[in-house]
Design a protein around this ligand. Structure first.
Ligand code: SF4
Length: 299
């Protein structure tokens, strides 16, 4: 985090007030409010770092959380957090202007991730995997340094659904992402308040507000994650025949019937012969299902 600086909030500028009552923004606010209620994402006294990469999702996340913070019956704080991975051409300055112009408290964290990736990446290994691992570590560290107990990420419902399909199609596992999950460090709780928001609504909002979206400028931007793009295309085709397919897939994540699955650990648990700890330890040792924190390639 060397070279980073914390900037405190000042007066809120006009821009948020201008679209506060627009139906698009109200729709986003409603979805986030429901997620917060359903999953208990925000509590009194929370200090929340909001990861903002410069993608449309993370900007929308920050704006909606700020609006809810203003109206909420509980008190919580928000600090916008940007990690600059160091890819040449990345416009961290545009993001910082957005924070400043909208009166957010924020922290800009420059990093040497690009240099580290160039040095450490082995032939054939995944650029994105190393990049997002480094970014995730930096986010946790920065959030802790800021005294935050939560880290908000901008994954929306399409991300949840695509991840569910990806894991089934390519990994052979039935999992997606959690709306709220204590990180491995046992200190920071990762929350995903956009879980109920459809990507198309965020795109429409982003275009309406003209959010200053910036590219990550990494060497694989636009070509990485072809499998996710295939899932997106598949869902689009399915939706033409089954309009509610995405809603149904999202609902499936909160409507699990363990007795009708084949996982032996679940079966032992249900039969009462396995230990809960067994289940947790064995499943915890699986690769982290939602380690991808890039906000650029999911859209
Ligand atoms: S697409 Fe995202 S995760 Fe992959 S290398 Fe680029 S910035 Fe990193």
């Amino acid at each position: 985090m060397s070279g980073s600086k914390v900037v405190s909030s000042s007066d809120k500028k006009k821009s948020l007030a201008e679209f506060r009552n627009h139906p698009l923004f109200r729709k986003l606010r409603h979805g986030v409010g429901k997620a917060i209620g359903d999953f208990g994402l925000i509590e009194n006294g929370d200090r929340i770092a909001v990861a903002v990469s410069g993608g449309k999702d993370s900007y929308a996340l920050l704006l909606v959380l700020e609006e809810l913070r203003r109206r909420a019956p509980v008190t919580f704080e928000l600090i916008a957090l940007n990690i600059d991975s160091g890819y040449p051409g990345y416009r961290a300055d545009v993001i910082e202007d957005f924070f400043r112009n909208n009166g957010f408290s924020y922290l800009m964290v420059p990093s040497r991730h690009y240099d580290i990736i160039k040095e450490k990446l082995r032939p054939g290994s995944s650029y994105c995997s190393l990049c997002s691992r480094l970014k995730r570590g930096e986010l946790y560290e920065a959030a802790q340094t800021l005294g935050c107990n939560k880290l908000a990420l901008g994954h929306h419902s399409d991300d949840f659904i695509e991840t569910l399909l990806l894991n089934q199609f390519f990994v052979g596992s039935l999992k997606s992402m959690s709306a709220s999950m204590l990180a491995d460090n046992g200190i920071i709780t990762v929350i995903r308040p956009l879980v109920y928001l459809a990507e198309e609504d965020i795109v429409a909002f982003s275009q309406y507000v003209e959010l200053p979206v910036v590219s990550c400028c990494c060497p694989v931007s636009g070509i990485a994650d072809m499998q996710r793009k295939r899932m997106k295309q598949l869902l689009k085709e399915l939706q033409a025949d089954i309009p509610h397919v995405k809603n149904s897939l999202l609902k499936a994540l909160s409507n699990v019937h363990p007795r009708h699955l084949l996982d032996p650990l679940l079966r032992r648990e249900l039969a009462g012969v396995g230990k809960s700890a067994d289940l947790l330890v064995n499943h915890a040792s699986l690769p982290e299902p939602d380690s991808h924190v890039c906000q650029q390639i999911e859209s």
